[in-house]
Write a protein that binds this ligand. Structure first.
Ligand code: PMP
Length: 395
């Protein structure tokens, strides 16, 4: 049965990391990963998480099965974080614990595929690679809407709106709620209002992917788009991830929220989502949910989290400015746009040949499309990266 199974292509990002690990260059820098690193280049264990873990360890509990839709306290805390504690949409919104943001997208995709089998899915061009793969595997035909404007180094907003306006009613539109991956370019508040109008007028189904809440401005400000969509009265989905914001990558902790027309519809939708979970992995794991719930619901730990999240955000911003300044000092004066981008990633505008040269000649690893992870820069490597970029740019 397995003899004719073809070898699947390697994951491009994991492939980069393998090449990085094998590189003997002592100055090598991995800017290919999608992981936040602290000022010393290490994956942080947040203090709020360490304290939450300590509390859980002091009061150990047996590990029974969780409900299919997740730890009740977790689900309630996430819903309040995403929509606001006193939001009018809470009574018609359901939230299901998920295996990270990816798991949330997959539960949503499987649910939508059953509910709206004729629908197509539109993702931004470009988007996080797994969007296309995940929705395609779920059975959808996946297209794109225009997003990145290479010439203008920004969003092709007119193109985006034209593509959304041309989409048939019922089309599922995947939108990056903040910190667009891979470009680092987000929409302005006015542009979001226009997207919402277009989505509503066209009867589209927005699926907001919120993998980086808190990495652009603040938890509140980054959540504003989701709230604006939810309160507009349309049906929508939101995928939440704590991989980055709590630095809990390996715990696989996220959530899918669905905003429905009323409480009755929400109950029916929940019943279907529970079938998706039940037939895939039965019920979610306990530990990450307990950690996240402890941080979200304890005022002291939550305040600490907000602070630590702010620290990660500020460090990334500082590195963007260091990168731009270092590039300018090295003679590259046309990359100031990096400081205007937000989130962990930057579309650097470097060509594939330049990215290959960065890798092969300098041991600086980013994707062939020119994406670099600015959250992997620090005081020890940023000057080297600037010199390497200047060298491949021929400055
Ligand atoms: N959506 C986007 C846009 C992402 O960048 C990522 C993570 N790279 C995810 C979803 C998935 O996050 P998780 O690791 O929580 O599954």
């Amino acid at each position: 049965i397995f003899s004719a199974v073809p070898l699947a292509p390697r994951d491009p990002i994991l492939g980069l990391t393998e090449a990085f690990n094998a590189d003997p260059n002592p100055a090598k820098v991995n800017l290919g990963v999608g992981v936040y690193q602290d000022a010393t280049g290490k994956l942080p264990l947040l203090e709020c998480v360490r304290l939450a873990e300590q509390r859980l360890a002091e009061n150990p509990k047996p590990r029974g099965y969780l409900p299919i839709d997740g730890l009740p306290g977790y689900v309630a805390a996430v819903r309040e974080l995403v929509f606001g504690a006193d939001s009018p949409v809470l009574r018609r919104t359901i939230t299901v614990q998920a295996l990270g943001g990816t798991g949330a997208l997959k539960i949503g995709a499987d649910f939508l595929r059953r509910t709206a089998p004729e629908a197509t899915v539109l993702i931004s061009n470009p988007s996080w690679e797994n969007h296309e793969a995940l929705f395609t595997r779920a059975g959808f035909s996946v297209g794109t809407y225009r997003y990145y404007d290479e010439q203008a180094k920004g969003v092709d907003f007119d193109g985006m709106i034209a593509d959304l306006a041309a989409a048939p009613a019922g089309t599922v539109v995947v939108l990056h709620a903040c910190c667009h991956n891979p470009t680092g370019y987000d929409l302005t508040a006015d542009q979001w209002a226009t997207v919402l109008d277009t989505v509503r007028a066209g009867g589209l189904v927005p699926f907001l992917d919120m993998a980086y809440q808190g990495f652009s401005e603040s938890l509140e400000a980054d959540g504003a788009v989701v709230r604006q969509f939810a309160e507009s009265g349309i049906a929508m989905l939101v995928a939440t991830s704590f991989s980055k914001s709590l630095s809990l990558y390996g715990e696989r902790i996220g959530a899918l929220s669905l905003v429905c027309a009323d409480a009755d519809e929400a109950a029916r939708v929940l019943s279907q989502d529970k079938i998706v979970v039940r037939t895939n992995y039965s019920n979610p794991p306990t530990h990450g949910a307990q950690l996240a719930t402890t941080v979200l619901t304890d005022p002291e730990l939550r305040a600490l989290w907000v602070d630590e999240l702010g620290g990660m955000r500020d460090r990334i911003k500082a590195m963007r400015h260091r990168l731009v300044a270092g590039l300018e000092a090295a003679g590259i004066t046309d990359m100031g746009f990096i400081a205007t981008q937000v989130g962990m990633f930057s579309y650097s505008g470097l060509t594939k040949d330049q990215m290959v040269a960065l890798r092969e000649q300098h041991g600086v690893y980013g994707t062939d499309k020119g994406r670099i992870c600015v959250a992997a820069l620090n005081d020890n490597n940023v000057d080297y990266v600037c010199r390497a970029i200047a060298a491949v740019r021929g400055a």
